[in-house]
Design a protein around this ligand. Structure first.
Ligand code: GAR
Length: 215
């Protein structure tokens, strides 16, 4: 089985990277991680990659005078691996339109809200302030506008009465760890097609349950 070659970009803890590493360890999983690139040295995600025997590289944004030179260093680090898909997993830098175009439809991101609600930062505090009953996460193709792009997978979780941003973040994170490997599998199996600006999934089983909160 030819596995899809993936590079993962991180900035920190790397728990989503870990979910992808664990998925790729499955004998039948159709993707493999060729490299992990971090814009920050010393982060936990780099240690996770090293433990899994995955090559790592640091492309420190602080060593570059502007976004364009940082992004071209990033591009070179990714291109040399032969990566067919790039996964942003807690990568906290805005990417230039040139970089995003170079990886168009080969660059995906995970975001901790049900997009298009709550793009940007502090999603959980904003979801709580808005009083939504359901939140979640989104895996989507990346476009030049932050947190926009065709949606591949979403996972929904209830917002509970006594939630604070931390407890909601933990519940959403558990959904992230299920959704990101699923999105990667669907793409690697060639089942995701972009039609217009929507991602269409081939042969997806109909979802059987509805999350209603309060139930
Ligand atoms: C995750 O919750 C991810 O959705 C979020 O950062 C966290 C990274 O955690 N990403 C963004 O907010 C991107 N705008 P991790 O490093 O443990 O995967």
């Amino acid at each position: 089985m030819a596995r899809l070659k993936v590079a993962v970009l991180i900035s920190g803890r790397g728990s989503n990277l870990q979910a992808l590493i664990d998925a790729c360890a499955g004998p039948d999983f159709p993707a493999t991680i060729a490299k992990v690139v971090s814009n920050r040295p010393g982060v936990e995600g780099l240690a996770r990659a090293e433990r899994a025997g995955i090559p790592t590289q640091i492309v420190d944004h602080r060593g570059h005078p502007d976004r364009a030179t940082f992004d071209s260093a990033l591009h070179a680090a990714l291109a040399e691996t032969g990566a067919e898909l790039v996964c942003l997993a807690g990568f906290m830098r805005l990417l230039t339109p040139g970089f995003v175009e170079a990886w168009r439809d080969r660059l995906i991101n995970i975001h901790p809200s049900l997009l298009p609600a709550f793009p940007g930062l502090d999603t959980h505090a904003r979801a709580l302030a808005a009083g939504v009953r359901i939140s979640g996460c989104t895996v989507h193709f990346v476009r030049a506008t932050m947190d926009e792009g065709p949606i591949i997978v979403q996972g929904a979780v209830p917002v509970l009465a006594d939630d604070d941003a931390n407890s909601l973040a933990a519940r959403v994170l558990a959904a992230e760890h299920r959704c990101y490997p699923l999105a990667l599998r669907l793409i690697a199996e060639g089942r995701v097609h972009i039609v217009g600006e929507r991602a269409v999934i081939d042969r997806s089983a109909p979802a059987t349950d509805v999350l209603i909160n309060p139930s």
